[in-house]
Design a binder for this molecule. Structure first.
Ligand code: ADP
Ligand code: ZN
Length: 604
């Protein structure tokens, strides 16, 4: 008799109930149906094929393009007592032969395999001899030629349908746009199956965007006040900046490591390994880092530079909080960032049509940065999903920003740029506007201009915010090739005459309500000091157990499970087994150790 999906969920994974769509998907696939599953990162896609693979007779074959991810998933499954293995180029001939033999003997529940491996004649022959539970095609957008992750071997996966007609196939991806979706259905022959589109909302991520003031200091206070001891990622645009910021954070006492494509391969591998296997490492990285990183307890993703588009932003920030615990997406940005990105697009070799698309994407991103609406609503809107109510978990919800009529201010700013000759940077123009009688202002005779001192109603900081917004609106353009001088944008006429209403947002000087209360996001969930101390002890025990096996701590227990232990303090194995994330295998392996840690008097 095969076990039911909810039995498997409880006994193997230790979870109480399926998330929204999981149950439906799992029932459908377990019953033998094909499916395409679209869910955001962290949405819970893995269970959608792991559970059916365990419920159906035979081995589940999972096609995955990323070796690092494969290893990680296999390790996590083994910890759950699932018989899982990976087949990829990192295995020796002998190891690979053993996996294939076990597969033939029916001694495996799940086999992860790289697509090129799957398509070899010997492997297909081996499959012919096996009872097959299902095929799962992970990162299915790799089949799309328009996407940036295209893998030619993925196209050949279409043969699975003809060769194994009775075996259900489930394709999964976090890329949700329509063209990609159609391509997947088309190329993998999934037209007869069902499509499941999950919500792309990630409610546990708190989105915040701040005006760049002193970015390093802003970052440091964010880390110290809200994420002491937490793991996270800090994204920067350039390799040089990654190195600088990582070194600087280390000096400031934050355990930070750099990661970018310019580093030696071995260094990259070591840094990535430390990020996964140690607690509380901060990775400072370019976008070269992140693909295939499945660490569930990344508590924050910080951007010191603007990402390229909202798609990129959502993908990058989506790496935070896969375990569902409170997490932060935090970004600072300023006028120079906009200038830099615009200039990168202009200078690129791409055809004009492509540049046009990229400019639009950048504008959408800037619209997000400058919005006074709920950020989650703006994000989900962009991905074609409607969120009926403001989310209550982003900076604009927690601390609504004031918008005001900036028509006159814009007019003053633009005409001052014009009068000073369209070559000076914002700092100088603001000096003129605010009537700052400095040497440079007098040197150019700008104290005699009609716009000198006409902007006394705002402070310099407030003017900076206005200028940033005018640049975001394309009314002003920053000349990056030169010295960052500003000139009027092509569509500034109406605004210059004061004939186009301009709405601006008033930036906050200080962050208040939105900041988290306690240091360490997981600890934030524990209000009692004794519980927090216990949580730290459990975390230390977990690290010790993980080190002994050379595995990441989160494959032993997730933070969410440790939080529940600290809160509920179970006294027996059956009680412990009722906590989320404690399945039978883990209870047997680690139950006693954790119970005894919980039984110790606090402070010990
Ligand atoms: P994805 O592959 O979509 O990025 P995962 O499958 O890695 O997401 O799941 C994200 C996290 O959510 C994992 O830590 C997983 O253990 C957890 N999770 C998934 N489904 C459930 C559930 N039904 N109950 C509790 N936790 C779940
Ligand atoms: Zn909101």
């Amino acid at each position: 008799m095969s076990p039911s999906p909810s039995d498997v969920l409880r006994s193997v994974f230790g979870y109480e109930s399926f998330r929204l769509q999981q149950a439906e998907i799992i029932d459908h696939v377990t019953a033998g149906g094909d499916a395409l599953v679209l869910m955001p990162t962290g949405g819970g896609k893995s269970l959608c094929y792991q559970v059916p693979a365990l419920c159906r007779p035979g081995v589940g074959v999972v096609v995955s393009p990323l070796i690092a991810l494969m290893q990680d998933q296999v390790e996590a499954l083994r910890q759950l007592g699932v018989r899982a293995a990976a087949l990829n180029s990192s295995l020796s001939y002998g190891e690979a032969a053993r996996v294939e033999r076990e597969m033939r003997q029916g001694a495996l529940d799940l086999v992860y395999v790289a697509p090129e491996r799957l398509l070899t004649a010997p492997f297909l022959d081996a499959l012919d001899d096996c009872a097959l539970a299902l095929f799962a095609i992970d990162e299915a957008h790799c089949v799309s030629q328009w996407g940036h992750d295209f893998r030619p071997e993925y196209l050949e996966l279409a043969l699975l349908r003809e060769r194994y007609p009775g075996v259900p196939r489930i394709a999964l991806t976090a890329t949700a746009d329509d063209p990609t979706r159609r391509e997947i259905v088309d190329r993998l022959g999934l037209a007869g199956g069902r499509i499941f589109v999950g919500s792309f909302d990630r409610p546990n991520i708190r989105y915040r965007v701040r005006a760049k003031d002193n970015p390093r200091a802003q970052l440091l206070s964010f880390l110290r006040q809200e994420h002491a001891g937490d793991a996270g990622i800090v994204y920067c645009l350039s390799r040089a900046k990654v190195d600088e910021v990582a070194a600087w954070l280390c000096d400031a006492g934050v355990p930070a490591l750099p990661y970018h494509a310019g580093l030696d391969k071995a260094v990259r591998a070591t840094n990535q390994d430390r990020f996964l296997k140690e607690d509380g490492v901060v990775m400072v990285a370019t976008i070269a880092f992140g693909m295939g990183i499945d660490k569930p307890d990344v508590r924050f993703v910080a951007h010191l530079d603007l990402p390229k588009s909202l798609e990129a932003y959502y993908q990058e920030t989506g790496r935070a909080g896969r375990d569902g615990l409170p997490s932060d997406a935090w970004m600072v940005y300023g006028i120079q960032d906009v200038a830099k990105l615009r200039q990168m697009i202009d200078a690129s070799e791409a055809p004009e049509r492509q540049k046009l698309i990229e400019r639009r994407k950048l504008d959408a991103l800037l619209g997000y940065c400058e919005t006074a609406r709920c950020r989650r609503q703006v994000l989900l809107d962009y991905f074609g999903e409607r969120l009926a109510e403001p989310c209550g978990n982003c900076d604009t919800c927690l601390e609504p920003v004031e918008v005001f009529d900036g028509t006159v201010l814009a007019q003053k700013a633009l005409s001052c740029v014009y009068r000073t000759g369209q070559t000076f940077g914002a700092g100088h123009v603001i000096d003129v506007l605010t009537g700052t009688d400095g040497e440079r202002v007098r040197q150019f005779g700008h104290d005699r201009l009609s716009t000198f001192g006409i902007g006394g109603e705002l402070s310099k900081t407030e003017w900076k915010s206005v200028f940033r917004q005018l640049v975001a609106l394309n009314l002003l353009v920053v000349d990056v090739a030169g010295h960052g001088g500003l000139h009027l944008g092509p569509d500034c006429r109406d605004a210059l005459r004061g004939e186009r209403p301009i709405e601006l947002r008033r930036d906050r000087r200080r962050e208040r309500k939105v900041a988290r209360a306690a240091a360490g996001a997981a600890a934030e969930l524990l209000h009692d000091a004794a519980d927090r101390a216990l949580f730290e002890r459990l975390r230390a025990l977990r690290l010790e157990l993980a080190k002994a096996q050379g595995v990441p701590p989160y494959v032993i227990f997730h933070d969410a499970t440790l939080v529940e232990m600290a809160r509920r303090r179970p006294r027996s194995l059956p009680e412990l087994g009722r906590l989320p994330g404690v399945g039978e295998a883990k209870l047997g392996r680690y139950g006693a150790a954790f119970l005894s840690a919980m039984a110790q008097p606090s402070g010990g």
